[in-house]
Design a protein around this ligand. Structure first.
Ligand SMILES: *[C@@H]1O[C@H](CO)[C@@H](O)[C@H](O)[C@H]1NC(C)=O
Ligand SMILES: *[C@@H]1O[C@H](CO)[C@@H](O)[C@H](O)[C@H]1NC(C)=O
Ligand SMILES: *[C@@H]1O[C@H](CO)[C@@H](O)[C@H](O)[C@H]1NC(C)=O
Ligand SMILES: *[C@@H]1O[C@H](CO)[C@@H](O)[C@H](O)[C@H]1NC(C)=O
Ligand SMILES: *[C@@H]1O[C@H](CO)[C@@H](O)[C@H](O)[C@H]1NC(C)=O
Ligand SMILES: *[C@@H]1O[C@H](CO)[C@@H](O)[C@H](O)[C@H]1NC(C)=O
Ligand SMILES: *[C@@H]1O[C@H](CO)[C@@H](O)[C@H](O)[C@H]1NC(C)=O
Length: 920
């Protein structure tokens, strides 16, 4: 076989290919509709066909009416109303085609079987290029014709009557006879129509009527007339409040001795729809006088309503209401009821819904003229746009610290697309990922809402501290929803807030040691919710430092150490060696500065020596006087010798006086007022004796000074008596008179004096005992002079240091020069200034000048101590350092008769007050 067999096989395949090609060519463009695309039925005597819009997405379609003889005709509006077709959409947007059984191109078999074929053409192009055509035949069987049937469709009115019914009644006779002259001219064996309208009568042939948009024909047993609405031959009337459009006509036919006159008058309602917020109502008159000539014989037989082309037998089951009385038939539909369709939409930027429903009404009646009339009205109703502002419902759960917000109610055609929380946009996926919970809750009525859950503690929730102990949580939300089939984006924003008492106000603990008061304040919320205030001044680290407070923190608390004599301490009770002191700090809200709490610590101290300058100008001094030999304290006094101590013992005296008494002097310095007095001791002398007596009493003088801020003491001496409005306590100091002081160390081996200059020119100096006030960083200009005649000798500042007290041995001690060199200390620094010859300076080598500055910015009272030495050019100890201050080639001057230690001298300068620079 081999080769032959193969060839046979090839030939066979070729044949098959040809056959397939033929089938393909025949089938091209004419196909069976895909399953689910077309749905059709026969509803009473109407062909009904629905196309599935889902299968038409992105496509274009056309309908053709397939005439069995003439072929396909494109369906357009004119053809539709003349031929009894309707092309519209149902409430869901699916294309719907309806055709009357009496429509053109319908194949009619004995007025019982009807068939109509439509071509559905579908293309991806609006030009209908490359369209696929589905040929779709439909069949209807209908035999229960009433004598007269009237259909009021969306685009046409149709009346059909049985021709074997005697059409002329007694009542009609006159009207008909009056029409007779016209009938004389009716063409033989030809139907003619006579229209009666306000503009008169018009008799035309059927073909002329077709040109005017009418359709007239007879079937085996019936004659029908179809008219468009609002034609020139039509007329309007109002029946039971409903506007009716009617065409009054008589159809005429002459055949030999017979003249057939048939009343083909038709009348249809054109309105009758009304809406409330919740319902729509459709009203149709019960009796239409044009159609019922003998009203007395009228008898309503049946009223049937239908939705979407199907009769509804029990309207009440679906909450429809069908009511009728002698004049009206009314159908009331709740908006949103089953059978219709709610659709979301946006109109003018507003969210809302529209409701659509396709209704029909079939009214069957009898009367003497027509036996039975079946009157059918088909109506598609769409409500106007009904705005519905979406609501945001706050279901927040404060106990769970959770915002729960419902956003609704929406139809299923709304979906949540995105959300912004706290003005930060999130897609739904991002939102879920971040931890926002978003879900939909459906309702039994088909509506739904969107639930959003956000924790109070979420990053994007705004938090505000309000009232005393509450937080206001604010959720800003901006929803983006997609609305309706058009998927229009719509935004809705809302603000939900919740106030929760979830903040605990701090409690401070106060305690004291011998010299300080302490406040331990929880750190929580400090600077975030509240701040500490000293009076009306913010207490920050800087202010604490300036005021001499020590501020330390551990992990939970701020611990403030307030020295007994620091600024801000209130002295509640002051007596001999005893002070009751209090320190107050206010806890105030960060923004409003409203006082939430006062923290107070109050303690009693035993203090042997103090000076307290009360806000009201009273000065209280507990003076300690260590003299050798001891003096009789009862004999101490102020400048005014009548001012004696209130109390005393061996080493202490207690004075209390007002700044306006006891010889107190006053002066201004910078922005301070300084009150000065002096405690002195009267040496006992024997009165009347000319020879001075030798007494054992040492000379004793103690200068007392009180500094007040001038701005706070508005008028000199006018102190307020109300402590709450009075200026704060002044600061006081007591200075023993230099050279008379009691320091053990001071044996003036060298005659050296120290002065403090007012500036770097070293021309003007502070008087002894004059208060020296400096701001931090402002240098103190110190000059030390060796009172010596020999010009060769050079003064040498061996060691200088700063202390807080005038005691030589006191600590802390900050070195500023060591072995004649300035050193860079951490707290104080010194810098030598050159000395030139001047009227005051004969021998510059006898002088040394130092500028001393604090780096610490602490407010305090300080003294500068210097141990000095004198050098002669020939006698400088080996190894003595320092850049020209005292060169190694020189030697210290030997002072005959002195122990080597006595070659030194000692000077003390001060006190210098380093004061608050903040002159606010
Ligand atoms: C009337 O009906 C007949 C039969 O269906 C048809 O042949 C004729 O064309 C129709 N006439 C008009 C004017 O439509
Ligand atoms: C019939 O019902 C309509 C509408 O409800 C009403 O306006 C009318 O007065 C009623 N007519 C009679 C006769 O009851
Ligand atoms: C909500 O978001 C939209 C889109 O980003 C914006 O146009 C609108 O202004 C926002 N609304 C509010 C109140 O922020
Ligand atoms: C939301 O609900 C919470 C809890 O009931 C309530 O405390 C809060 O005041 C409400 N907020 C608003 C803005 O209605
Ligand atoms: C908040 O303060 C109110 C009174 O101001 C008080 O009654 C309440 O107990 C406080 N709540 C908390 C949690 O501290
Ligand atoms: C911090 O100091 C305060 C006050 O002295 C004390 O009560 C607290 O226990 C301390 N906290 C820690 C963690 O040490
Ligand atoms: C200050 O100088 C003295 C004398 O030179 C020395 O004994 C002391 O240790 C120094 N103190 C400091 C803190 O440097």
């Amino acid at each position: 076989m081999g080769l032959w067999g193969q060839m046979e096989a090839v030939g066979y395949s070729l044949c098959r290919i040809w056959l397939l090609f033929l089938l393909f060519c025949l089938g091209q463009g004419r196909q069976m509709a895909p399953p689910g695309f077309v749905e059709s039925s026969c509803r009473s005597r109407i062909f009904w066909m629905k196309l599935n819009k889902l299968l038409l997405q992105g496509k274009f379609f056309q309908l053709e009416i397939n005439d069995p003889y003439a072929g396909p005709l494109l369906l357009d509006e004119k053809l539709a109303s003349r031929c009894g077709y309707v092309l519209s959409e149902d409430a869901w947007g699916n294309p719907v085609f309806r055709a009357s059984a009496l429509g053109c191109h319908v194949t009619n078999e004995a007025d019982e079987l009807f068939s109509l074929t439509v071509n559905i053409k579908v293309s991806s192009f609006s030009s209908m290029r490359a369209a696929v055509t589905y040929t779709y035949p439909m069949y209807c069987s209908y035999s229960s014709w009433a004598s007269r049937e009237i259909v009021c469709e969306e685009n046409y009115m149709e009346v059909s009557v049985k021709t074997n019914v005697p059409a002329v009644s007694n009542d009609y006779t006159v009207a008909w006879m009056s029409a007779l002259p016209e009938t004389q001219n009716v063409a033989y064996q030809l139907w003619q129509l006579m229209f009666v309208s306000p503009s008169g009568r018009k008799r035309i042939t059927v073909s002329d009527a077709a040109k005017l948009g009418y359709s007239f024909n007879n079937t085996l047993s019936r004659v029908y007339l179809r008219a468009p609405y609002h034609s020139n031959e039509s007329d309007f009337s109002v029946v039971s409040g409903v506007n009716m459009n009617m065409v009054t006509s008589t159809s005429m036919y002459r055949q030999r001795w017979l003249l057939l006159l048939i009343d083909t008058t038709v009348s249809c309602p054109v309105d009758g729809i009304s809406f409330t917020d919740t319902t729509l109502t459709w009203t149709v008159p019960s009796i239409i006088p044009t159609l019922v000539v003998q009203e007395s014989t009228f008898l309503s037989k049946n009223i049937l309503m239908g939705v979407d082309g199907r009769a509804v037998v029990n309207p009440e089951e679906k909450n429809y209401l069908l009511e009728h009385n002698k004049t009206h038939i009314e159908i009331t539909i709740p908006i949103g009821a089953e059978g219709g369709k709610l659709k979301s939409s946006i109109s003018g930027g507003v969210y809302g819904v529209v409701y659509s429903i396709d209704l029909f009404l079939e009214h069957t009646w009898t009367d003497a003229d027509w036996q039975t009339t079946k009157y059918t009205v088909v109506k598609s109703i769409t409500t106007p746009f009904m705005p519905q502002i979406p609501t945001v419902i706050n279901n927040t759960l404060p106990e769970e610290r959770l915002f729960n917000v419902a956003f609704g109610h929406f139809l299923p055609d709304v979906s949540l697309v995105a959300i912004a929380i706290g003005n930060v946009p999130f897609t739904l996926r991002e939102a879920q990922h971040h931890g926002f919970k978003i879900y939909e809750t459906p309702f039994s009525n088909g509506m739904k809402e969107f639930i959003l859950e956000v924790s109070f503690d979420d990053l994007y929730v705004l938090k505000e501290y309000v009232n005393r102990n509450e937080t206001k949580y604010t959720l800003l939300v901006n929803y983006t929803i997609s609305v309706g089939p058009e998927m229009t984006l719509y935004y809705h924003s809302a603000e939900v807030e919740c106030v929760v008492a979830d903040i605990e106000l701090p409690e401070a603990v106060g305690y004291c040691d011998e010299e300080n008061l302490y406040l331990a304040i929880p750190l929580f919320g400090l600077h975030q919710y509240w701040n500490l205030y000293l009076g009306d001044k913010l207490l920050n680290r800087h202010v604490a430092l300036l005021n001499g407070y020590l501020a330390a923190t551990n992990s939970t608390h701020l611990i403030l150490q307030i020295p007994l004599f620091a600024v801000g301490v209130i002295y509640e009770e002051v007596s001999f060696q005893k002070i009751k002191a209090r320190f107050d700090v206010a806890l105030r809200k960060v923004r409003t500065m409203e006082t939430l709490q006062m923290f107070s610590v109050s303690c009693s101290f035993n203090s042997p020596a103090f000076i307290i300058c009360h806000p009201d100008g009273t000065i209280m001094i507990s003076a300690q006087m260590k003299t050798v030999p001891a003096i009789d304290m009862s004999k101490t006094k102020l400048r005014d010798s009548s001012c004696k101590p209130r109390e005393y013992n061996e080493g202490h005296a207690f004075f209390k006086f007002h700044v306006t008494t006891c010889g107190t002097s006053v002066r201004f310095e910078g922005d301070h007022i300084i009150y000065e007095n002096e405690i002195s001791y009267e040496k006992e002398t024997l009165p009347g004796q000319s020879i001075p007596t030798i007494t054992r009493d040492p000379d004793y003088r103690l200068t007392v000074l009180c500094y007040y801020r001038a701005k706070e003491t508005l008028v000199l001496g006018a102190f307020a008596s109300d402590p709450s409005t009075s200026p704060p306590f002044g600061s006081g100091t007591m200075v023993p008179r230099p050279n008379i002081a009691v320091q053990r160390r001071i044996r003036q081996a060298l005659n050296v004096v120290s002065r403090v200059s007012k500036d770097e020119s070293f021309m003007e100096f502070y008087e002894p005992n004059m208060a020296i006030l400096k701001r931090p960083a402002e240098p103190v200009f110190l000059e030390v002079e060796l009172k010596d005649e020999s010009p060769d000798i050079e003064l040498y500042l061996e060691n200088c240091w700063v202390t807080r007290s005038l005691d030589f041995n006191s600590t802390p001690r900050w070195n500023i020069t060591v072995d004649g060199c300035e050193i860079n200390g951490s707290e104080y620094v010194a810098e030598f200034y050159p000395v030139a010859v001047s009227p005051r300076v004969r021998h510059p080598s006898h002088f040394k000048r130092l500028a001393v500055r604090t780096l610490a910015h602490r407010l305090e009272q300080v003294y500068v101590h210097c141990l000095v030495a004198a050098c002669s050019p020939t006698n400088t100890p080996p190894g003595s350092p320092c850049r020209g201050e005292c060169s190694s080639s020189r030697e210290r001057k030997a002072f005959p008769g002195h122990h080597s230690a006595n070659l030194q001298g000692y000077v003390l300068a001060g006190p210098v007050w380093i004061v608050d620079p903040d002159l606010r």
